[in-house]
Design a protein around this ligand. Structure first.
Ligand code: THU
Length: 131
């Protein structure tokens, strides 16, 4: 069986988390439509609302590399319940997602859940609404 492309990258991203306030490290990897993978982690702040999520960091890395379309996103956190992207990250992912974009959720032990982004954000608001 082919090796999981995300597992090790997610663990490394999670290790880089700066999450001293929540104690909840998260790693994320987005796959662009060129097939490249971009990692990100959560970065908190003493002024709590200023922190941001792992998915947001990964999207920023992709955009900074000159890419603007993503086909898959993988997220890893500890815990019994799979950690889905928060509402704000669903919206940020939607901005760059292609139809059929999948969200894969991992624990350090492996894949726990897989959803279509469109099912996590039904009736999404997007750029078309501004036309
Ligand atoms: N967090 C993420 O990085 N991604 C998610 O999808 C859910 C939450 C982070 C934000 C904060 O640093 C910590 O997890 C606790 O909410």
């Amino acid at each position: 069986m082919a090796e999981d492309p995300y597992l090790e990258l997610l663990k490394k991203a999670m290790e880089r988390a700066y999450a001293p306030y929540s104690g909840f490290p998260v790693g994320a990897v987005v796959k662009s439509n060129s097939g490249k993978l971009y990692s990100g982690t959560n970065m908190e702040n003493a002024a709590y609302p200023q922190g941001w999520c792992a998915e947001t960091s990964a999207i920023a890395a992709m955009v900074m590399a000159g890419e603007q379309q993503l086909v898959e996103v993988a997220v890893m956190a500890e815990g019994e319940k799979p950690c889905p992207p928060c509402g704000g990250c669903r919206q940020k992912l939607w901005e760059f997602a292609l139809p059929g974009t999948r969200v894969l959720v991992y624990s350090p032990q492996g894949l726990k859940a897989s959803w279509l982004l469109e099912n996590l954000l039904p009736h999404a608001f997007g750029g078309d609404h501004l036309k």
